[in-house]
Design a protein around this ligand. Structure first.
Ligand code: BTN
Length: 321
């Protein structure tokens, strides 16, 4: 990490100078830099000049994140952990919630080794390429009160992106964050009802910020990132991260039974599936038809040859794509 801090100015540094600064050999510097390059950081190696990190990252900083939040949101945060690397931030927050049942715990990681996606998939991200974070919340009113929550969290991410200046983000039911037909981010909500009937909810958010080309190819489906979307290489990660956490926390804090009905109209404004021919893969059957938005409970409405159907879970794909 220390070598990256020295390279954070985006200028060339010789191996020798870095070695002197850190009290290690030039070979040790080379080994460290090779490791970071393998993790996807674009560090140039130029003979006679040394090393240069072309697009240095703004690392997550608890202090900066809190600074970018409104004072009233800051008060909702009960714990803010920044981890260099972890298996999955959802696991970290779940363990914490199980121990203390306290709403408002937040964890962000620079790197996840076994990030989880929806429907048992893996969430692939590389060091610093995005936002990988989770928030823990405890609901007292039972599972029924959570109807539509996963869609509402998607909406909170779109609100955060708009605040950052990205106006065009959309939502693909239930909660993919999209830019046109390319995925910008996703949400994984995991929950558990404890012995007292309380619902422990972990909201996991993955957002692509600056995905390296190699990772792009590995994902074999259209993905995009905030950096491309707003046409800037320099992303103020802590400002963007603060907005995402803030909007999600406010959504969680104010969420009540029936809340989605109030958000329904706003959600539909960002619906990228509306009017499209879609296929929904459920447990045993595939439903085909035209997507007609969502109802006030958050179910996807599909106009099928056998009539209108309201779908509450499944994987949607656009037909013919
Ligand atoms: C999806 O499949 O679209 C949901 C992806 C959710 C990924 C995030 S990254 C932070 C949190 N930790 C995980 O292991 N998954 C979620």
């Amino acid at each position: 990490m220390r070598v990256l801090q020295l390279l954070s100015d985006g200028l060339f540094h010789s191996g020798e100078a870095l070695g002197v600064e850190l009290g290690v050999s030039r070979t040790a510097i080379w080994k460290q830099i090779s490791r970071w390059r393998k993790k996807g950081l674009n560090i140039d190696v130029v003979h006679g000049k040394g090393y240069r990190w072309r697009s240095p990252l703004e690392w997550w900083s608890a202090e900066k994140l809190l600074q970018h939040m409104q004072p009233e949101t800051r008060r909702i945060v009960t714990d803010l952990q920044i981890l260099q690397v972890t298996d999955s931030t959802n696991t970290v927050i779940y363990e914490q919630l199980r121990k203390n049942g306290r709403s408002g715990s937040v964890c962000l990681a620079e790197e996840q080794t076994t990030g989880r996606g929806r429907r048992g998939r893996e969430w692939v991200s590389s060091l610093g390429s995005g936002l990988t974070g989770s928030i823990g919340w405890c609901f007292d009113q039972g599972v029924a009160a959570l109807e539509g929550l996963s869609l509402a969290i998607g909406l909170s991410v779109v609100r955060a992106l708009k605040r950052y200046g990205l106006e065009e983000a959309g939502l693909k039911w239930p909660n993919d964050i999209m830019l046109g037909s390319a995925k910008l981010g996703g949400i994984l909500i995991e929950l558990q009802v404890d012995g007292d009937g309380r619902c422990l909810v972990v909201v996991g958010i993955g957002l692509n910020i600056a995905v390296p080309g190699e990772l792009d190819a590995q994902l074999n489906r259209p993905v995009t990132d905030v950096s491309r979307a707003i046409g800037s290489k320099v992303i103020e990660r802590n400002r963007l991260g603060a907005y995402v956490i803030e909007e999600a926390l406010l959504m969680l804090k104010n969420y009540r039974p029936g809340s989605f009905a109030e958000l329904h109209e706003e959600w539909c404004r960002y619906d990228v599936l509306a009017g499209q021919s879609v296929e929904i893969e459920g447990g045993q059957e595939t439903i085909r038809g035209k997507a007609l938005g969502v109802d006030i409970h958050g179910a996807l409405l599909i106009d099928t040859p056998s009539g209108m159907q309201a779908i509450s879970s499944g994987e949607v794909s656009l037909r013919g794509i």
